[in-house]
Design a protein around this ligand. Structure first.
Ligand code: TYD
Length: 210
């Protein structure tokens, strides 16, 4: 029996690189699917044309001006909203999105754009019902990337950049934000995520389908 959704729900996963949000998104998707909720998972940058262009530039960030970079993230998001997010929400799905506009506020804010102006430029994008911000230290983040995944740090992931990004994530104060303490183990983090999502779902569902 699947719970009846009154409307779609948008849950976004935010935080610095290596904060563990992608792992937690997968775990939450599995849990919700086991409970027969209609789940859609997605991410930004997307796999569309603008997102592919952005990913290609991750290791040569200085090939673009900060203004061009911001514009490309916004183009990618407009495409994402039109193609996937708005239709899925209209169909009553629970959409789990790995990064959304708070990443633009924090990362492009750290690159010099005004955070409030970036927020205003994202007015076209549906507001999340819940934004989970994974709070981990930049040292934890870079350690998980280099030791855990065995990867080299790209231009976004350098520790001084991540410190600026983390400070901007910390400064955000919006009603839909819930902070997750993300320096601990996967299980400890998962408990916090489930508690936050259960709170949201208990307010959103009207009953059971028969
Ligand atoms: P990430 O989720 O780390 O993708 P992957 O796991 O495939 O590497 O996102 C890639 C980078 O994009 C990350 O360092 C943050 C950056 N980013 C921005 O700078 N602004 C944005 O608006 C978004 C969505 C991401």
């Amino acid at each position: 029996m699947s719970p009846l959704l009154q409307k779609g729900i948008l849950i976004v996963f935010e935080g610095i690189d290596g904060s563990g949000k992608s792992t937690q998104l997968r775990l939450l998707a599995e849990t919700l699917e086991q409970q027969a909720y209609p789940v859609v998972t997605t991410r930004e940058p997307t796999d569309g044309p603008f997102g592919r262009k952005l990913r290609a530039l991750f290791s040569q960030r200085d090939a673009m001006t900060p203004e061009m970079e911001l514009e490309l993230f916004l183009d990618d998001r407009r495409d994402h909203v039109e193609r996937l997010l708005a239709p899925a929400l209209a169909q009553g799905k629970i959409v789990l999105c790995d990064r959304y506009f708070l990443s633009t506020v924090a990362y492009q804010g750290a690159a010099g754009s005004d955070p409030q102006a970036i927020l205003a430029l994202n007015d076209f994008a549906p507001r999340p019902d819940l934004a989970l911000i994974f709070c981990a230290s930049p040292q934890t983040g870079t350690h998980r990337i280099t030791s855990g995944r065995g990867e080299e740090l790209n231009d976004f992931e350098q520790e001084d950049n991540l410190s600026r990004v983390a400070a901007l994530f910390d400064s955000l104060d919006l009603p839909y934000i819930k902070r997750i303490q993300a320096d601990g183990t996967i299980t400890e983090i998962q408990k916090q995520v489930l508690a936050a999502v259960q709170d949201l779902l208990s307010c959103q569902f009207s009953g059971e389908r028969s």
